[in-house]
Design a protein around this ligand. Structure first.
Ligand code: ZN
Length: 319
């Protein structure tokens, strides 16, 4: 059984270049090997059917061995019985924390779980009382991984059921100093508009720097945004008129949070009332976000956002 952090185990360097200082530090770390991390720890609950049922549901495991009068617990639940929860374990010693603090002090402030190994000696059954002892089994010499340079720390937990050894659980972490940060990624693109059969004509217009408003050919009602039918008379027939581009801010919000990667908050998003008496949502340019006001006169312009995206926006008239 391994975890997603397994790539940390892919070491690209070893101890060949270690200095005397490295060797000395590793000797201090190795002094923790064999020290108990938990002694006579006691599981918070006996092995029980509800926890088994929840586990099986979460894992999608329908094996009949885990239900009924002769049920056993799934072997991989071994660690579940010994978890300390928010309030922690009984029997926990200070050795593990001291070891982590020593590594923190040496700059190995980051941690990633790399893998765990379990051995099963006998099944756990509902009603079994679970106790455990844990020991710091090994601390590796300095290793360089893709994540950074640090030390692998392996703990071994012996799990007992009714006093009898039922299994062992080895858990390995890498405590490391993060490597150099990756080069910055290009800024994400703004989301693309969803173009479909109902609004294709609008976006075709935008590409030609025209703001097209639908007009019902039955009753002449203008509508925006684009829709398949007239909200006034339900006619499906329409043509378009090109908006003059003049408008006023009918309402607005200033976006602060949550920050989306492609945007630079704070910025104003307005509901603009066009001279043609329809409203549309757009960004306001030309005035600072905190100068946008209801009633502000605005004028349409087309903003080239990137190579493939042009958007209609409205420039506030300063003063
Ligand atoms: Zn109509």
């Amino acid at each position: 059984m391994t975890t997603a952090g397994d790539t940390a185990g892919d070491t690209t360097g070893d101890t060949a270049g270690d200095t005397a200082e490295d060797t000395l530090f590793h000797a201090r770390l190795k002094a923790f090997e064999g020290r108990p991390a938990a002694t006579a720890g006691r599981a918070k609950d006996a092995v029980n059917e509800p926890m088994i049922r929840h586990w099986c549901e979460a894992m999608g495991d329908t094996n009949p061995a885990y239900t009924g009068p002769d049920a056993v617990a799934p072997p991989t639940m071994l660690q579940a019985w010994t978890m300390g929860g928010l309030s922690g374990h009984t029997g926990r010693t200070s050795a593990y924390d001291e070891l982590l603090a020593l590594l923190d002090g040496a700059g190995c402030t980051s941690v990633v779980a790399t893998d765990c190994e379990q051995e099963y000696l006998r099944p756990l059954r509902p009603g079994d009382t679970v106790t455990f002892d844990a020991v710091i089994e090994s601390v590796s010499p300095r290793k360089t991984t893709k994540l950074g340079t640090g030390h692998f720390v392996t703990t071994r937990m012996d799990v007992h059921a009714n006093g009898e050894l039922a299994g062992t659980h080895r858990f390995r972490i890498l405590k490391y100093a993060p490597g150099p940060t990756r080069k910055p990624q290009p800024k994400p693109q703004r989301p693309r508009p969803v173009i479909n059969r109902d609004n294709q004509g609008f976006w075709d217009g935008v590409r030609e720097h025209k703001l097209l408003v639908q007009r019902c050919t039955a009753c002449a009602t203008l509508r925006f945004p684009w829709l398949p039918g007239c909200h006034a008379c339900a006619s499906p027939d329409w043509d378009t008129v090109e908006a003059s581009g003049a408008g006023t801010v009918f309402s607005y919000v200033v976006m602060h949070h949550p920050p989306f990667p492609a945007f630079d908050p704070p910025y104003a998003v307005a509901l603009v009332e066009l001279a043609e008496d329809v409203r549309m949502i757009a960004n306001i340019t030309g005035v600072p976000y905190d100068k946008v006001r209801i009633g502000l006169p605005v004028q349409l312009e087309f903003l080239r956002v990137d190579d493939t995206l042009v958007l209609p926006v409205f420039r506030g008239e300063a003063g």
